[in-house]
Structure formats: structure tokens, C-alpha cells
Write a protein that binds this ligand. Structure first.
Ligand code: FES
Length: 129
């Protein structure tokens, strides 16, 4: 029912944990299952995502999607990361069972929440200066 790539990313997930000195943090909860996903990132002045890590109470599908989603945006510009959709993540994994689609939404939404947090922090830094 799960593709090999899902299983591989579930048993050996990348980018688990929390980025030290993160300047972008996003946390979202799933209305479908109540699970929580937290993304932390270190974004440099050029808008490049230098590091990204996730922490989740979610299931195996949430772990697998976050693992590939973080890999997809690591080293990329925030503008590119903003365009990432959960469908791209699902496609990269070779598909997910329909009952698990909401889990992949968690990863995509937490990334967007972290990017919004970064924008907000930037604006605040500007007004303080
Ligand atoms: Fe909650 Fe998958 S069932 S994240």
C-alpha cells in the first residue's frame, strides 16, 4: 500500500529535529487527525534556506512526506519553496493512499507557515532598525 520510497523515508527520515538558531518556525495541526507538525529553518540574507528540520507527532506518511519535502527545499530560495505543493511531494514519493493525503498537507503547510514567520521577522527587524 506504500511505495518503496515512502517506506525508505519513513524508516530513515532526513532532517528530523530542530534547527539551532532558527529564524523561521512554523507549526500546524491537522484538522483531520489532530497531529502536529513543526518546521524550523535557517534562512540567510539572500533568502536561501540553508537548513530545515521537522518534528512531528504525525504518522509514518507525515514523516515520509516531511523528509522528502525538506530535502526538496533545502538549499533553495524561499520563492521556490513557496511554490512547493503537497501534490509535488506526493508525486515524488510515487503516490500515497487516499486516506493519507491529509498527512502530506501537514508538511506543505508547516513549510509555508515557517516562510510566513520569516517574512514577519524580517519586517519586524526593519521597523526596529
Ligand atoms: Fe495524522 Fe498522518 S494520521 S499525520
Amino acid at each position: 500500500m506504500y511505495t518503496e520510497k515512502v517506506m525508505e523515508n519513513f524508516t530513515n527520515p532526513k532532517n528530523v529535529g530542530e534547527v539551532e538558531n532558527a529564524n523561521a518556525v512554523g507549526q500546524v495541526g491537522s484538522p483531520a487527525c489532530g497531529d502536529i507538525m513543526k518546521m524550523s529553518m535557517k534562512i540567510n540574507d539572500d533568502g536561501i534556506i540553508e537548513d530545515v528540520k521537522f518534528k512531528t507527532y504525525g504518522c509514518g506518511a507525515a514523516i515520509a512526506t516531511s523528509s522528502v519535502a525538506t530535502e526538496m527545499i533545502k538549499g533553495k530560495h524561499v520563492d521556490e519553496a513557496r511554490k512547493l505543493t503537497n501534490q509535488q511531494v506526493i508525486d515524488d514519493l510515487g503516490g500515497l493512499p487516499p486516506a493519507k493525503i491529509h498527512c502530506s498537507v501537514l508538511a506543505a503547510e508547516a513549510i509555508q507557515a515557517a516562510l510566513e514567520d520569516w517574512e514577519k521577522n524580517k519586517e519586524e527587524a526593519k521597523t526596529e532598525a
